[in-house]
Design a protein around this ligand. Structure first.
Ligand code: SF4
Ligand code: SF3
Length: 546
């Protein structure tokens, strides 16, 4: 087998990509991503066995976050960039190894000691350290579930770090968890317990990012976002990093170049701090997987701050794509930060000026900004609507969108839900129904968008607030159903976070993860009532208790 990856919902045949990723990831990229993860596990082994303190590790902590982020689905396809990262992380790893005594050094795992110098070495080494290196399918399943949760957690911690927020306990946990995935003495029960702990730290990571975003940019507020276009040249910004957006807006203001958000950057419009930019004009397009055609008609340059990149088919579109941070694509210009974190986007701005303005593909507005503070401000209205029976049930439909036809389920589900229900959403899953005219209930829109996937944290806070208001002991007694769509590893950490918070009976679709072995899936079903999806009509009946 040339490669093996089953970390996302679109894994080939529902079991795993073995020749080339459905996402477009090549065999080489898949393998060296495996080797990068193995290197990070080696670093973690040294930190844990050597009892090193995360506070003393300096840059290692941030580089580990970035490396993990580079391996998230659709973040980085650039084998050269990943090779460089491996070389950098091996050097950092070796420095750490020299800080622990000889006895500890003797106990270290191969991941903490192997050496590679050429790409060929890397590919050879990668062949023996990937997912399938763990033979027991249940142990493999739990190790990967933890690793994918850690990838999602690291992505959120990386954004928080960019915003100047850190929590050393997150780093400590990342090392603990990654080192545990190398430890053959741990039982399946130990790994299940560690999975729950991953959810606990997932909550902390999302809380940290929420604090970073809201302390810097204010609390999201109800906002109408234009989905049409203006006649100025423009830049499209995609991904999840708000600090990149801020720098782009600062550098484009007064230049005559407009900025539009794409996919998961849409919720940036909800933050008060970005409303002062006259050139921040709207959102262009839909969820990530539609970018191939939408980037054609955008006409201007596109900046990816994170996932989800779809490999561009047209050389012309490719020449307009730029990446930054953990994102990367071979042949596309990558903009690095200087030592002060400043990124120079002048090349993108110059390109925008030389190109046509975007071609309009839609018009009108969408509404969002229902993060925790905004919903708390409406709490009386919401509580009254529940008490009077005007709102019968809330449906948390957060998560990711994807290209599988089976995801039409979510659009139909939203459309067919009874009119006395409200959808709470976050993440790019919303593009399946945020342009449908689902109306409102006494002024409360029937789709409340809290923001990006990480803002699922807001949805959890809203649930906890409602539990308090209704004086309930158990969050599961609320009239809230969970019908979540997943795709990549950030959705994995969101799921684990919800499980940690005690949420039961979450339905996950469009398919259950390929990385859940039958026994691990059984534990999740029996302990947490996790389920898949069926037909729209049957599921609505089931959720409404009919
Ligand atoms: Fe396949 Fe998903 Fe892995 Fe890409 S990320 S190789 S689509 S399982
Ligand atoms: Fe979407 Fe990639 Fe997951 Fe942040 S942009 S939710 S899939």
């Amino acid at each position: 087998m040339s490669m093996f990856c089953y970390q996302c919902q679109e894994a080939a045949k529902g079991t795993g990509c073995e020749v080339r990723g459905v996402c477009g990831k090549s065999e080489d990229v898949a393998k060296i991503q495996d080797l990068l993860i193995y290197t990070l596990k080696g670093i973690s082994d040294i930190v844990v066995k050597g009892n090193l303190q995360a506070t003393d590790l300096g840059d290692v902590n941030h580089e580990v976050l970035k490396s993990l982020f580079m391996t998230i689905t659709n973040a980085n396809f650039d084998d050269t960039a990943i090779e460089k990262e491996i070389t950098k992380m091996i050097a950092l790893r070796n420095d750490l190894r020299n800080r622990v005594n000889a006895l500890v050094q003797e106990e270290l795992h191969d991941a903490a000691k192997f050496e590679v110098s050429t790409k060929e070495d890397m590919l050879n080494k990668a062949a023996s350290v990937g997912v399938l290196a763990t033979e027991n399918v249940d142990v493999r399943s739990l190790r990967e579930l933890i690793t994918y949760g850690i990838k999602g957690l690291a992505a959120y911690a990386h954004h928080a770090f960019n915003l100047g927020k850190e929590n050393v306990e997150l780093y400590e946990f990342i090392y603990e968890a990654l080192a545990a995935t190398l430890n053959d003495s741990l039982s399946a029960d130990d790994l299940v317990a560690l999975t729950m702990k991953t959810g606990q730290f997932g909550v902390s990571a999302m809380a940290l990012l929420d604090e970073g975003n809201t302390s810097k940019y204010g609390n999201p507020e109800i906002t109408e976002v234009n989905i049409g276009v203006r006649n100025n040249p423009a830049i499209l910004i995609s991904g999840h990093d708000l600090t990149d957006l801020e720098q782009l807006l600062e550098q484009t203001k007064g230049t005559g170049v407009d900025v539009y958000t794409h996919s998961e950057m849409l919720p940036a419009h909800y933050y008060p701090a970005f409303k002062k930019y006259d050139n921040f004009v709207g959102n262009y397009g839909n969820a990530w997987w539609k970018q191939t055609e939408e980037f054609e008609s955008f006409n201007g340059p596109i900046l990816f701050t994170t996932n989800c990149i779809v490999p561009p088919k047209s050389p012309e579109v490719k020449s307009r794509i730029f990446t930054t941070g953990a994102a990367g694509f071979p042949g596309c210009a990558h903009i690095d930060a200087d030592e002060n974190g400043r990124k120079d986007f002048s090349e993108i701005i110059a390109m925008a000026k030389a190109l046509n303005s975007p071609t309009e593909i839609e018009s009108g507005k969408i509404v969002g900004g229902f993060a925790h503070e905004q919903v708390f401000a409406l709490a009386d209205k919401v509580v009254d609507a529940v008490k009077s029976g005007a709102i019968k049930k809330f449906f948390v439909m957060a998560g990711c969108d994807g290209r599988m036809k089976s995801r039409e389920y979510y659009e139909q589900f939203a459309e067919k839900l009874p009119k006395d229900t409200v959808i709470l959403t976050a993440g790019c899953a919303k593009y399946r129904y945020n342009k449908l005219n689902l109306g409102d209930i006494g002024g409360i829109p029937r789709v409340l968008d809290a923001g990006q996937c990480n803002d699922s944290y807001s949805l959890a806070l809203i649930a906890l607030k409602l539990k308090e208001v209704f004086e309930l002991n158990d969050v599961n007694d609320l009239p809230i159903a969970y019908n979540i769509a997943w795709y990549e590893q950030k959705a994995v950490i969101v799921l684990l976070a919800l499980l940690y918070l005690g949420v039961k009976n979450i339905h996950l679709g469009p398919t259950l993860p390929a990385f859940l072995s039958p026994n691990v899936a059984k534990v999740l079903v029996e302990t947490f009532g996790i389920g898949g999806i069926g037909t729209v009509d049957d599921d609505i009946k089931m959720f409404m208790g009919a």
